[in-house]
Structures are given as structure tokens and as C-alpha cells.
Design a protein around this ligand. Structure first.
Ligand code: PLP
Length: 369
């Protein structure tokens, strides 16, 4: 049996090992925040934002950002039904109500028209998730948000390297969040980042992130509010510093793999890969194939075919509203239909051409009607 092809693997070089080793050996005492501060500075420069706070996860960054926006009981938060559960968990933890709307059939991201129809006097925020590194229609979402006085949050967990009209994903909303989980383009093992251009929001999240201890508080061990503990460690940040130094290469390789898939799979007319509209450049975190309805393709057949070839193929996100803890919203037709005929493809940095060809060859074994 040929070797298993995994769908993601981090790219760790001597640089990451060198920085992590230094942090483990020497990153204590006076140097205990050195890599964290450096990582935040490098990330801000990469993204083009004013403020950044390294966190233990993207979920934590979202939780703190939404808490800082005073989202709580009685508030509604609009987000796409197609998402990883991490985007909605903080909404639930804060006691607010998620409102799931449908996605666009091409980008698989939030449909702005559906967002506008879902707005009520209780709407407190809109979360734009750049799914698989594809881009939300930020102009329209920001315009809708502005017109109704509702902030737009960007969950850019999957969107390192994605650009919308020259601006990086995560830098356009009231705040942005990133994930550095081991499966992501840039990894620290587990980790995340809260970013914003708002000085006020930054101060609030900084206080929340330090167990409620404000920066200017002179009394030691004196929290003024109940906060959170979602910090990144210096050792994780050291790995992050090396990854940001290599970020152009990490993104470039993702895009290369995406375009190789586009080229190899262009022979199949009834499939769609990640959309890239004019004025956008996708970071291509997760190359994904969606079969047209008329092909009769099913997720189960795709899983069986990839399993037989010893290749990891990840299922497209189930609609959040189909999960047991939520109420089904079958009217979200795209969110309910697309996952039934879609699959995510392997795309790690060191994927070889031979491995990529092995992935593509599975398509020729599928009987597409
Ligand atoms: C869209 C989205 N949001 C949030 C998260 C949460 O990231 P983390 O695992 O770093 O909390 C993920 C993780 O995969 C994600 O895909």
C-alpha cells in the first residue's frame, strides 16, 4: 500500500527549531515576553494593522473580541451557516443568539443579501468568515454594517495570505482573528491572534486578556474586571516568529498547490474549486472541490474513493444549524447542499508533485454521471 497522504502538515525548518530552542533555554526572566512581543510586531507589519495580541487560539481571540464589544444576552450575531463551530462557540458562551444565514454558491462565504434580511434591532455584530481562505464580499458587508451601525468582525482563521482589493483578510473589520493551529498555513502548534485598528478595543481586549488587569493599574495582582486567560507562550511565539519570517514562502506554496490542482482538474467540467474573484487573491489554505448537482456525486462516494487510495480527504463543513445543539435552518439551501457533494484536498507545504498527481488520479476512478 502506498504511503498515506495527509491533508495538512506544518512546515518546520531549522529556523523554527532554533528559535523554539532559544526560547526554551533562555526565554525566561527578563526575556519571558521577548518572542511574544516580536511575534506581535512581525504579524502587525505583515497584516498592516495597528494592534495585535497573541492568544492561545483563534477561539480565544474571538471570545475576547466579542466580550469587548459587549455582546451578551439578548443580542443577535449574524454568521454564515457554513463554518467551523469555533466561530459560534464564543457567541453561545457570551449568552448571545447566533443567527445562521446562507452562503454564496461560489465563494462559500456569507451572502450579503441574507445578512441584510436577517438584521433586527437586536443585531449586535456580523461575523465574516473567510472560509478555506476564500474571501467574503467585504465591501458589501462593511457597507451594510455601516448603514445599520453594526460592527463587522472578520474571522480570518483560515485566511492567512488572502487579500481583498490590496488589503489583507483580517485587517478590514472592527477586529480580526487568526488561528495558528497545526493545520494552518502559519502554525505555532496551537495559537491565535487578535488584531484591530481601534485603540479603544485594543485596550479593552488587552485588559481582558490579562485576567482583567489594566495596563495602567499600579496595584499588583489587582484585576478591575473579570477577564480571560487566553495567552500564547513565549515558546509558541518563537515558532511563530520563524513562521512569519517565512510567510511569503508559506503562502506562495499554498497558492502553487491550488493552481496545480486547478490545472490538473480542469479536465472535469462539472466541478468547482475555490473561487477567486477580480480584486481578490486567495491564500488557498484549503483547496476544495465541489461537484455540480447533476453529477450525482456524493460525499460518501468521495470519502470511499480517497480512503481506498490512502489519502486524507476532509469533509466540507456541515451546516452549523444541523448540529444537535442548534435548530435546523433548511432554508439555507447552499449550506445544506454543498457539503453533500464536496471534499477538501491535501495541500501541505511539502506535498510533492507525485503526491499531488496521486490525489488527482482519484478523480479518474470516480464515475461521474
Ligand atoms: C473559521 C475558523 N474559525 C475559528 C477557528 C478556531 O481556531 P482555533 O482552533 O485556533 O481556536 C477555526 C479553526 O480551525 C476556523 O477554521
Amino acid at each position: 500500500m502506498s504511503q498515506r497522504i495527509y491533508y495538512t502538515k506544518p512546515s518546520i525548518t531549522d529556523l523554527e527549531v532554533e528559535y523554539a530552542t532559544d526560547a526554551a533555554r533562555n526565554g525566561w526572566g527578563e526575556r519571558c515576553y521577548e518572542y511574544i512581543n516580536k511575534f506581535e510586531e512581525l504579524f502587525k507589519a505583515h497584516l498592516g494593522v495597528k494592534y495585535a495580541i497573541a492568544t492561545s487560539s483563534c477561539t480565544g481571540a474571538l471570545h475576547m473580541g466579542m466580550a469587548a464589544l459587549d455582546i451578551g444576552p439578548g443580542d443577535e450575531v449574524i454568521l454564515a451557516d457554513t463554518n467551523w463551530v469555533a466561530t459560534v462557540s464564543p457567541v453561545e458562551h457570551l449568552g448571545a443568539t447566533p443567527v445562521f444565514v446562507d452562503i454564496l454558491p461560489d465563494t462559500w462565504c456569507l451572502d450579503p443579501e441574507q445578512v441584510e434580511s436577517a438584521i433586527t434591532p437586536h443585531t449586535k455584530a456580523i461575523i465574516a468568515v473567510h472560509l478555506y481562505g476564500n474571501l467574503c464580499d467585504m465591501d458589501r458587508l462593511l457597507e451594510i454594517g455601516k448603514r445599520h451601525g453594526i460592527p463587522v468582525i472578520e474571522d480570518a482563521a483560515e485566511a492567512i495570505g488572502s487579500e481583498y482589493q490590496g488589503k489583507r483578510a483580517g485587517s478590514m473589520g472592527i477586529f480580526g482573528s487568526f488561528s495558528f493551529h497545526g493545520t494552518k498555513t502559519l502554525t505555532t502548534g496551537e495559537g491565535g491572534m487578535f488584531v484591530t485598528n481601534s485603540a479603544e478595543l485594543y485596550e479593552k481586549v488587552l485588559t481582558l486578556s490579562n485576567h482583567g488587569r489594566a495596563r495602567g493599574q499600579t496595584k499588583q495582582f489587582w484585576p478591575d474586571v473579570v477577564g480571560f486567560k487566553y495567552k500564547m507562550s513565549n515558546i509558541q511565539a518563537a515558532i511563530g516568529c520563524a513562521q512569519v519570517e517565512r510567510i511569503a514562502d508559506l503562502i506562495q506554496r499554498k497558492r502553487e498547490i491550488m493552481s496545480l490542482y486547478r490545472e490538473r482538474l480542469s479536465a472535469y467540467p462539472d466541478i468547482e474549486l475555490n473561487a477567486q474573484h477580480e480584486g481578490t487573491v486567495i491564500g488557498a489554505w484549503m483547496p476544495t472541490v465541489v461537484f455540480a448537482q447533476q453529477t450525482g456525486m456524493t460525499r460518501e462516494r468521495l470519502q470511499t474513493a480517497f480512503q481506498a487510495a490512502n489519502i486524507d480527504a476532509r469533509v466540507f463543513f456541515h451546516p452549523l444549524s444541523s448540529l444537535p445543539m442548534f435548530k435546523a435552518r433548511l432554508e439555507n439551501v447552499h449550506a445544506y447542499s454543498i457539503p453533500l457533494r464536496a471534499i477538501n484536498l491535501p495541500s501541505y507545504h511539502d506535498l510533492t508533485i507525485a503526491e499531488l498527481d496521486r490525489v488527482c488520479s482519484v478523480f479518474s476512478t470516480l464515475e461521474i454521471v
